[in-house]
Design a protein around this ligand. Structure first.
Ligand code: SAM
Length: 207
């Protein structure tokens, strides 16, 4: 999967590719989905939510330019698979999930697999997690009408934020870098994510 679906499609970071090879995606899906775990598409994880497509996980991770000393905020824990990838590349990951059952399952799974540098919280991630700010990198793994202001404010100087932003049906990956003079924004590939529901996302009932 990593060679054909990720490296050949333009993800070049050796660290990202290595961690994608080492992270057992089949342990983040239900037993009936295991045989599909290394196919390059999203899979259902319950509560109307999905574990993201591996290629998209790799692209977003590469865009974050993570360093081993970084503290990362992730919005949308889901199964915890992307969280595990981030935790292997950074010092600490704070991950926020809106659905209590998913948050609890992901926390149990990640701790069971030995990830000791992850904190999973249940709540509205569009507001970020101010207690842990500022963050060197922020990743949103659900589609938003725009980049939540609260998240931009919680970025460290030089910090990177990646968020799928656009309509309910299709988004584009937006990358924001915080500089001394403001925020520099670039727009990347198109994508389709489940909606980011919250005060600075889509209204409740949109999922
Ligand atoms: N990255 C996850 C993985 O690897 O399994 C997949 C994330 S899934 C595409 C998006 C997740 O965002 C869902 O679990 C959904 O419940 C969550 N979500 C939506 N709105 C949210 C919000 N405001 N705060 C936190 N999580 C939210």
């Amino acid at each position: 999967m990593v060679e054909t679906d990720i490296a050949k499609r333009g993800v070049h970071s050796p660290r990202v590719l290595e961690v994608m090879r080492e992270t057992p995606r089949h342990l983040f899906v239900s037993p009936d989905q295991e045989r599909h775990a290394y196919e390059d598409h999203p899979l259902q994880i319950g509560h109307g939510q999905t574990i993201s497509q591996p290629y998209m996980v790799a692209v977003m991770t590469e865009l974050l330019d993570l360093r081993p000393e970084d503290c990362v905020l992730e919005i949308g824990t889901g199964s915890g698979y992307q969280t595990a990838i981030l935790a292997s590349l950074a010092r600490e990951v704070v991950s926020i999930e809106r659905q209590p059952e998913l948050a609890e399952d992901a926390a149990d799974r990640l701790h069971g697999l030995g990830y000791t540098n992850v904190l999973v919280h249940c709540g509205d991630g569009t507001l970020g997690w101010p207690e842990g700010a500022p963050y060197d990198a922020i990743l949103v793994t659900a589609g938003s009408p725009g980049v939540p202001h609260a998240l931009k404010e919680q970025l460290a100087m030089g910090g990177r934020l990646v968020c799928p932003a656009g309509s309910r049906d299709v988004q584009q990956l937006v990358k924001i870098v915080r500089t001394e003079t403001g925020f520099v924004e670039t727009t990347g590939i198109s994508c389709i994510f489940v909606p980011l529901i919250g005060q600075q996302g889509w209204p409740d009932g949109a999922d």
